[in-house]
Design a protein around this ligand. Structure first.
Ligand code: SF4
Length: 350
């Protein structure tokens, strides 16, 4: 619903068209407004020179243009940068920008905290404070791009920061639409990855959105008992239900799922786990990312040795699965997978 003042960053294109039509203005003006904001990074209506004065006055009366404020930037030894943002209500969230040759990936947050309480995740220890709005989700991308040079602009986005994106369904969908729009961020859907802890009903809903972004499933265990212990969501959606849902998911040709598997020493890293994982994934187009657990102080878990991870990987590869041991990024600044939890601001280092 249109409130008195809406942020145009993150505002759905179709809503802006509806607003313009309601005020007797041709809907193609939405295209011009989006180009000013997203391509020219111009946030002052008065400088949108191809809009009439009356339209600029109308827009100013109903909208503003704003991105979340960057409180701090912390650079990792590997070149990644962790951004701490302050939201309008004073809450904070984090995003991590990770460069790798031509690819510049931004890991963004979708919620302040998370209600799913995965035992190996620092965000999960916070509980859910609130959902982010679409302007706060897209705003992370815009603010980070604005802070970086032309050659470092974001090329890929992963919803793997704070929160379960499907739990914040509408704002996540609105944000993805803006990411892939030619008038906005112009990213290919192949360059966007949505990570989920396996919310079966929401995955089923998502498949009807016709948004062919990559899906990453945070699996992390191969039997229900272990998965329930480390991911309480498994009580609602057991492994078999999740895997069946994925088998029925209409993947586009040449696309595949990513299974994220955080290796926890003595919990889910045995040869038996590798065998069960291979059987579970049989026939599903996918790749597996093995992630050595990133320690944080409150956690009782430990990562396995590199040799154990390698043996786990080798077994899966011997069964013709595509498996990577994912390079942990930004571990020195608590910016790696499962380590984001709104740290207090540190000095701006970059
Ligand atoms: S791993 Fe993801 S879903 Fe689980 S608690 Fe952390 S942010 Fe939430």
């Amino acid at each position: 619903m249109l409130m008195k003042q809406n942020n145009l960053i993150g505002f759905p294109y179709s809503y802006l068209q509806d607003f313009l039509i309601k005020h007797g203005i041709k809907p193609y003006r939405a295209h011009q407004v989006f180009i000013w904001i997203y391509h020219y990074k111009l946030y002052d209506f008065d400088h949108m020179s191809n809009l009439s004065k009356s339209l600029r006055i109308l827009l100013k009366a109903h909208f503003y243009i704003s991105v979340p404020q960057i409180l701090s930037k912390t650079r990792s030894q590997d070149g990644s940068i962790k951004y701490l943002f302050e939201l309008k209500d004073g809450l904070t969230i984090e995003s991590v920008w990770m460069p790798a040759e031509k690819r510049k990936t931004l890991c963004i947050s979708s919620q302040v905290g998370c209600r799913l309480a995965c035992a190996f995740c620092m965000t999960g220890t916070m509980g859910l404070k609130r959902n982010l709005s679409s302007d706060e989700i897209i705003g992370q991308c815009i603010a980070v791009n604005n802070s970086l040079s032309e050659q470092n602009q974001i090329t890929n986005i992963v919803f793997m920061g704070m929160g379960e994106p499907l739990d914040n369904y509408d704002a996540t969908i609105d944000s993805i639409r803006i990411m892939i729009m030619p008038e906005a961020l112009r990213l290919s859907s192949r360059k966007i990855t949505l990570s989920t802890a396996g919310q079966v009903e929401l995955i089923q809903k998502f498949k009807n959105e016709d948004l062919h972004v990559n899906l990453a499933i945070s699996l992390n265990a191969t039997d229900n008992e272990t998965r329930e212990e480390i991911m309480p969501i498994n009580k609602k959606y057991p492994i078999e239900e999740l895997i069946n849902c994925l088998r029925e998911y209409p993947l586009k040709p040449s696309r595949r799922f990513t299974f994220e598997y955080v290796l926890l020493k003595g919990i889910n890293d045995s040869d038996e786990d590798a065998k069960r994982l291979s059987r579970l994934l049989h026939g599903i187009p996918c790749k597996v990312n093995l992630i050595l657990f990133n320690k944080f102080s409150e956690s009782k878990f430990r990562p396995p040795s590199k040799e154990r991870a390698h043996t786990f990987q080798q077994y899966l590869m011997s069964k013709n699965h595509t498996v990577f041991i994912r390079q942990n990024r930004a571990t020195d600044i608590l910016g790696a997978c499962g380590q984001l939890a709104s740290q207090q601001p540190s000095p701006v280092l970059v």
